[in-house]
Design a protein around this ligand. Structure first.
Ligand code: AMP
Ligand code: MG
Length: 420
């Protein structure tokens, strides 16, 4: 057999890091952000709660009617095949508190949300009784307690309604408002500095010289990290030159929690990032057994966490979603794992894959009538083909140990979009 040097198509070479090892190493090294800030609930969607919220009230505050109808005593409900006639004593609108006792043989006309009058425990829907001018006739189909919302049935006084670490969703904001909580404590925003590196990379505001290309990575990152719990520091494009890189990264490390650069971490000749970072901080250069996204740098520059992502546009987004995003959520102290879960889908086509690395392909997932998910790839999967993500609605995650997939095999997919 020929003796040859390892190259980047070798997947069984020593020193390759399993994607789970890379994730673990990242997790183990991350500091958890401690700083908090007090903000109004209107600004809290997508922020990480940094206190547990204990309810100061019960919700609903009063036992109330769930429908428009007639509040009665359940003891007045007729038995089988009989009917009862009850005289209408008064009408209570939502927001009114009716304190008169209800006379025997009477009922009270009540609107949705109005507090139940004393001693009445059941509501007959308007549509379910015969109404005459001053009375109602009800039959035997009703049950004691129906159409009544009990005080505290949603939230009890002293309940923990939201745990520390929750990433706040619209319902959470509504819950806080229902308790008249106007401000809450959240983690401050993570400050993330992003930079593109490379002599061939041109700003989209300029005209690229021959042989150059436009900087798409920074824009992918800007869009992917456009979240209410992140503040972006845009470092622009840095040339492959030691002085510029060092100056820029060192400055950014003074105020950013995280620095993310793209390009310049592979074994190419002009991979200055690597050379520069060797002397600045504590950076590891990994060859991760994943495709795309093999070369990755991770470590620290001063106090800032550094991610050196590969330059290829697809690899940037794949490594961002698979490695960086879970790390960010951990740094923020988010405990309710909002990242898209893995689902099973049937592959509509064979997919070639080598064992010994995790492959993250881009797919289009659809659902058939039985509820089963199916997936096909978006075609060419080269790590420079950004349209392969743009056309996709999910990642297809093919595990490390797995080899080629046959048509009809189950594969793991991760949908790009959730509801919130
Ligand atoms: P590198 O990792 O620096 O060797 O870059 C790998 C590939 O990604 C090269 O073809 C680069 O031209 C391309 N690339 C690097 N940075 C960017 C960027 N910011 N936008 C678009 N493509 C890039
Ligand atoms: Mg480069």
């Amino acid at each position: 057999m020929m003796n040859r040097k390892p190259n980047c198509t070798d997947i069984n070479e020593p020193g390759l890091l399993h994607i789970d090892q890379a994730k673990k190493a990242i997790f183990d090294a991350l500091p958890v952000l401690q700083d908090t800030q007090q903000i109004p609930i209107e600004q809290a969607k997508g922020r990480c709660l940094s206190e547990s919220i204990i309810s100061p009230l019960q919700v609903p505050g009063h036992t109330n009617s769930a429908v428009d109808g007639y509040a009665i005593r359940s003891s007045d409900l007729p038995s089988d095949k009989l009917e009862t006639r009850l005289t209408i004593q008064a009408t209570v609108l939502a927001g009114q508190l009716y304190t008169e006792p209800c006379q025997p043989g009477h009922c009270i006309h009540i609107m949705t949300g109005a507090a139940m009058p004393l001693d009445l425990d059941t509501v007959i829907m308007q549509e379910h009784c015969q109404i005459t001018q001053d009375a109602i006739l009800i039959d035997a189909r009703h049950k004691k307690g129906q159409n009544v919302r009990q005080a505290g049935e949603d939230i009890q006084l002293g309940d923990t309604i939201l745990p520390e670490g929750k990433l706040l969703c619209p319902a959470d904001i509504g819950l806080l408002a229902s308790l008249a909580i106007t401000e809450i404590k959240v983690k401050r925003k993570l400050r993330i500095a992003i930079a593109s590196t490379g002599n061939e990379i041109y700003s989209i505001a300029s005209v690229a010289a021959e042989g150059g290309l436009y900087d798409s990575n920074r824009y992918s990152l800007l869009a992917a990290l456009d979240r209410s719990d992140i503040e972006i520091i845009n470092l622009g494009i840095i040339r492959d030159n030691e002085t510029d890189l060092l100056k820029c990264f060192n400055e950014a490390a003074g105020y950013a929690d995280i620095i993310i650069s793209t390009g310049g971490v592979s074994v190419g000749e002009a991979d200055y990032t690597k050379a520069v970072l060797k002397d600045s901080g504590d950076i590891n250069f990994w060859k991760v057994a994943m495709k795309p996204g093999r070369p990755i740098a991770f470590g620290k520059i001063k106090q800032a966490v550094f991610f050196g992502l590969p330059g290829n546009p697809v690899a940037v987004l794949v490594t961002l979603y698979q490695l960086v995003l879970p790390a960010l959520e951990r740094m923020l102290g988010i405990t309710d794992s909002p990242i898209a879960p893995l689902l099973k889908a049937r592959s509509l086509e064979p997919i070639r894959k080598k064992t010994g690395r995790t492959e993250i392909q881009r797919g289009i997932v659809s659902q058939i009538a039985t509820g089963e998910l199916q997936v096909k790839t978006t075609g060419k999967q080269g790590s420079g083909i950004l349209s392969s993500i743009s056309m996709a609605n999910a990642f297809i995650i093919l595990e490390h140990e797995r080899d080629s997939i046959k048509k009809g095999d189950w594969v793991d997919v991760q949908l790009f979009s959730g509801l919130f």
